[in-house]
Design a protein around this ligand. Structure first.
Ligand code: XIL
Length: 297
């Protein structure tokens, strides 16, 4: 295969990227994105501040631009994200308690109704844990410890056709407190029948040249709970070829690791652009890390 998407498809997986709607009229950008990837995540356009800028007034124009661009090219789309402490609209940031709980439920219902039957997966809840494995304090957590399962139950009822994922960063190292905290939550959800289908490991790697310890064990351990796993926002400091090849191989070694998404197209498109963490340079040229991933797929 000569593209990342086609190479991943050889094992039934996908290879995706995050798309920024404002860059789609850059032809170098859209040409690479449409050629190499077969799964698309909106980098910001389906987040709560974008989709519900005023309470109960939904706006899907930016999200739909990306959705339409992707589906016109036969690419699938992951939804990102419904409930998160960050990138809330100002009205939501100011809320708490039962009013916020109701607003969260209304937000999930409103956004999922718009995209009903259209998305491969939704990151229902994003980044709800502290580094030590305890729950992150946020206005959402303040509504009660059951807010995450309420979000998932609401999401399942709103659109039974899409996969429901919990997504977080720094859950790649199996020995890490946060990984264990998320693992215990997924285990608890599965044991009590709370609807959850997948865990997204953001996979923002910083520094070093080797993978976090027991990365593949983390993937296989989550999978053993009965959920799919995916690498959802991959970027790697200086695009270390060993780390890119290693994370790709780890996913391929785990049957329920269903795909890999890099968080942007070119280094210049990255939220970490000073670290040159992606597979294409600012000129749109394939980097050594691109070849290391393609060869590993
Ligand atoms: C980032 C985007 O890339 C930036 O453009 C934006 O300013 C902030 O958010 N974890 C996530 C992503 O789940 O949504 C974040 O994306 C990066 C960290």
């Amino acid at each position: 295969a000569t593209t990342l998407g086609a190479a991943a498809a050889q094992s039934g997986r996908y290879f995706g990227t995050a798309i920024a709607g404002g860059r789609l009229n850059d032809s170098t950008y859209s040409t690479i994105a449409g050629r190499e990837f077969n799964m698309i995540t909106a980098e910001n356009e389906m987040k709560p501040d974008a989709t519900e800028p005023n309470q109960n007034q939904f706006n899907f124009s930016a999200g739909d631009q990306i959705y339409n661009w992707a589906t016109q090219r036969g690419l699938k789309v992951r939804g990102h994200t419904l409930a998160w402490h960050a990138q809330q609209p100002p009205w939501m940031e100011r809320m708490s308690g039962s009013a916020l709980r109701s607003a969260m439920i209304n937000h999930i219902n409103g956004v999922m109704a718009h995209y009903k039957g259209k998305l491969a997966a939704w990151d229902v809840v994003n980044e709800a844990f502290n580094e030590d494995g305890s729950r992150r304090q946020s206005n959402l957590q303040g509504t009660g410890n059951d807010w995450i399962e309420v979000a998932f139950r609401t999401a399942r009822a709103a659109d039974p056709s899409t996969k429901l994922c919990y997504n977080d960063y720094n859950i790649e190292n199996w020995s890490y407190g946060k990984t264990q905290g998320v693992y215990r939550m997924i285990q608890d959800f599965k044991s009590r029948g709370v609807p959850i289908d997948c865990v997204g490991l953001q996979t923002h790697f910083t520094g070093g040249s080797s993978l976090p310890s027991n990365f593949q064990t983390t993937l296989s351990s989550f999978a053993a709970l009965g959920v799919d796993v995916a690498l959802t926002e991959v970027d790697v400091t200086n695009a270390s070829t060993t780390q890119y090849a290693g994370l790709t191989q780890a996913c391929l070694n785990v049957p329920r690791c269903i795909g890999i998404t890099v968080w942007g197209v070119r280094d210049s498109d990255s939220w970490r652009s000073n670290e040159n963490p992606l597979l294409f340079d600012g000129g749109g040229n394939k980097k050594a890390a691109y070849t290391s991933v393609l060869n590993a797929l």
